[in-house]
Every structure is written in C-alpha cells, then in structure tokens.
Design a protein around this ligand. Structure first.
Ligand SMILES: *Cc1c(COP(=O)(O)O)cnc(C)c1O
Length: 456
C-alpha cells in the first residue's frame, strides 16, 4: 500500500481539536499548548499521521487491536450486518443471530463453567454489571451483608464511578472522593518493588496473604468477591509470581468469596492462550471481556457468568433490572464473531505462545543489561521494562514517573508508541506484529533508553 497520507489540513484539525475536543485521561491545557498528533490511517501494526510519519504501534491502540489494523473482513462483516439488521434490542423477548452466536462461541472458548454472556459496550460497563450481579447473588443466597469487593492497588477496571471505585488508582480516586463505600484494596503482587529479600515464590504467598488479612479484618460475612486482572495491565504489566494465584483461589474458596478475573487486556491471545485464566490455571466465577473481543473495531464487552452465579440469578432472581440499549448490538457482535474467526484461522494465539511472542520476550530481555533497566518482565505479547535509578536494590526513581515520561516521549518522537506507567515502559503490540517489526521496536526502544540515560 502507499504510505502517502491523504491530504489533511493538520493545522485546522489541531485548532478545532484544541477548541472543542476534550480528550480522556488528558491534561487539556498541556495538550493544547503542544498540539495533538492527527492519526489518519493504519495497516497491520503501523499507523500514519497527517504529516505522513509512519509509526509502529507497540500498544495495539489501547491494548485492543489484536488482529491488527486494516482488516477488510471486519469492515465487510459490519457492513453486511448493518444492511440486514443494524439494530434491534435484546430486552423484550427478542434476540439477533450474531448476539446468540457470539454468546455460544464465548461459552465454548472461555474456561469450563462460564456458559453465559451478558453484553455491554465497554470494560467499565461490564465491571459495573459484575458488581450488580455479585451483590444480587448474595442477596438471593440470604447473605445481603456480603457486599464489599476487594481489589488491588494499581488495578484498572475502568472509569465509570463503580469501575473507578473497583480500580486501585489512587490519583483517580483523589479527584472525586473515591472509592465509594463497599470497595477495599490490597497490595499488588509487585515483586520488583516489594519483594525485598524474599524469593518470588515466598513473595507470591505473602502478597496473597494480604487478601486473607483483609477478609479477617472486615469479616468474611461482609465480602462479596475478589477481582483481579491476571496481569495488571494499565498498572504497569505487573505479573504475579506462580505461587500467588493458587493461594488467592484457596483463600477465596475457604471464605466463600467469589473469584472474578478481569481479562479485558489478557483475553483473546495476549498471553499465548485464549485467556490468561488458562495461562495461570484460574477457575473464576465470572470473567470480564472487552478490548480484544472485537479488536477495537466496534465497542463491545461481555461478562461471562459461571454456573454457580448464573444458576442462582436465573433460577431465583426473577427479572434482573439491568441492561444497556446496545447490549448485544448486532453489528458489534457480528464484528466480534468475525474477529474471533480471524484469530482462530490465522493461529494468532499459537503465534503469541510459540512464535512471535517468545521472539518479543527475547528482544525485550536483550535490553536487560542497559543501565536503566531494573527488570524485564512479560509473557506472550505483553511486556515491560522497569526503569530504575540503581540496579542494585533496585533503587526506584524519585519522583516516580518522570524518567518513564522522558523515555516515552523519546519513543513517540522516534515513531514508536509505547506507554510509560510510573517508570515502567510497557508494550502490548498487535498479535500480528512481524519479526522485523519486533526488531524495529526493540532497536528503537534501545535508542530511546540511551537518549533517556543521556538526559538524566
Ligand atoms: C481498559 C480496561 C477496562 C475498561 O474498559 P473500557 O472499555 O475502557 O471501559 C477494564 N479492565 C481492564 C483490565 C482494562 O484494561
């Protein structure tokens, strides 16, 4: 394809954007002073801006474009469905074919027992739905005091009021008097920061013990559920030691607390299995899906509900007073179905597990000797470099986040999209990224680490 960008009046878009478009998670004043980059097209793992720069997308958009950009099949699936049935609701004893087919397909792909899909439009809405379901579940079980959900520091579960409360981002909480009552947070299994003299194995058990301690502090009769991302994505690609989740699951079972996994980032091949629940051998009661479900081509999310919760809510719950106008939207469902077909047909899960996934991990590990890199971590098509002041310790930077931002800006200036979380450089490229593109990602990142090192 031609790399020439279509003629776009960048200055006009920038000034209109500054005047009228309020961006999410953005310091608008700072953005308007600098001017935004206008992205005009994309193909595979590459983006082009309005000035004709070719940019390697190391983040798959926002961790979501698993099958890569420019997929005609997805556009055609949307177009076919729009012509046949662009919209109809699923509230009033009606369904549509793609919503039903997608629910059945997700029941087949997700771990055993997760047999019902409730559709929404975003990860945040799916997590809101989960909170409603688990509280209603415990009411029906005759334990209405089991209301509190326990989550973790640095968890990201979305940005509605409930999803923000569920998440563990203190800066998000501080602006709006969060969390709401009924949400409690424990430490994350962040080994490089908190491991001290422990082995990874010992630390995993200690981090899980925080759940038991909190349950005992609050009383198991008040705790509804524990929710975790298998790998904390937006929190900095925090990967738990192998000993962590077996202990977490044992504690949840012992205290009769529902175990929920948020697979919004880790689902659909990211970790080299369809779901990270398979990678980490998890048996969740419920699961949150979004992002890679449609590879970002249409807004859609799903709550997968396991047998225990589904049975009670369905057999005893009567009408569940919850839903969205676009729950089971036929176009979004048709796109998601086609997206899953592509992932299967092209073996993208397998590729993340045993081909380009390990190649990416080797590439990132080749940077471990760099003086700024305190830890390299990752699995499949997700990874992070923790930048530190001193490898010995390691000693983290103070203030936290400044050096990560410098490195992120170097990457952006060198046409590589990566994200900085605190001082961790994180990546989560499309599952279709090629070996030469991974080489480019790693060599650009190395250059940017060198420049960052020179700057500080
Ligand atoms: C992005 C994300 C969400 C929120 O999804 P939205 O579609 O932005 O509402 C929830 N959980 C995790 C793990 C996420 O990464």
């Amino acid at each position: 394809m031609s790399t020439a960008a279509p003629a776009i009046d960048t200055d006009r878009i920038r000034s209109l954007d500054a005047a009228h478009h309020w961006h999410p998670f953005t310091d608008t004043k700072a953005l308007n002073a600098e001017g935004t980059r206008v992205i005009v097209k994309a193909e595979g793992s590459l983006l082009w801006d309005s000035k004709g720069n070719e940019i390697l997308d190391g983040m798959a958009g926002l961790w979501c474009v698993n099958v890569g950009y420019g997929r005609k099949e997805l556009a055609e699936a949307a177009s076919r469905q729009m012509m046949a049935l662009p919209y109809y609701n699923t509230f009033f004893k009606t369904t549509n074919v793609p919503a039903t087919e997608l629910a059945a397909k997700l029941a087949e792909l997700t771990p055993d027992g997760l047999n019902y899909a409730f559709f929404a439009n975003s990860g945040s809405e799916a997590n809101d739905t989960i909170v409603r379901m688990v509280r209603h579940f415990w009411q029906l079980r005759g334990k209405p005091n089991k209301k509190t959900l326990i989550s973790r520091e640095f968890a990201y579960h979305g940005s509605t009021m409930i999803a923000t409360s569920l998440g563990g981002m203190t800066a998000m909480h501080a602006q709006v008097d969060m969390p709401l009552p009924g949400f409690s947070h424990i430490r994350p299994p962040y080994f490089v920061r908190d491991g001290g003299n422990m082995t990874e194995e010992e630390f995993g058990i200690a981090a899980a013990q925080a759940l038991e301690d909190r349950i005992q502090e609050l009383g198991a009769d008040t705790i509804a559920a524990f929710i975790a991302e298998p790998i904390q994505g937006a929190g900095g690609v925090i990967i738990p030691p192998a000993s962590y989740f077996p202990e977490i699951q044992r504690i949840c079972r012992n205290h009769d607390i529902l175990f929920i996994v948020d697979e919004v980032i880790t689902g659909f091949g990211r970790t080299g299995n369809w779901f990270a629940s398979q990678t980490f051998d998890l048996q969740p009661d419920m699961m949150t899906l979004a992002k890679g479900l449609s590879s970002g081509y249409a807004p859609i999310s799903a709550v997968m509900v396991g047998e225990r919760v589904a049975k009670t809510l369905i057999e005893e719950g009567g009408e569940f007073y919850h839903g969205f106008t676009y729950s089971g939207h036929p176009v979004a469902c048709a796109v998601a179905l086609e997206n899953l077909r592509i992932i299967e047909a092209e073996g993208l899960v397998e590729r993340a597990r045993s081909d380009t996934g390990p190649y990416l991990q080797d590439g990132l590990r080749s940077l471990a000797d760099h003086p700024l890199v305190g830890e390299v971590r990752g699995v499949g098509m997700i990874g992070a470099l923790e930048l530190v002041k001193d490898k010995d310790g390691p000693v983290f930077f103070d203030p936290i986040g400044r050096v990560g931002t410098i490195c992120r800006d170097h990457c952006f200036a060198n046409n590589l999209v990566m994200r900085a979380v605190r001082d961790a450089m994180v990546c989560s490229p499309p599952l279709v990224i090629t070996r030469p593109e991974i080489d480019r990602l790693v060599s650009t990142l190395k250059l940017c680490l060198d420049r960052t090192y020179a700057d500080i």
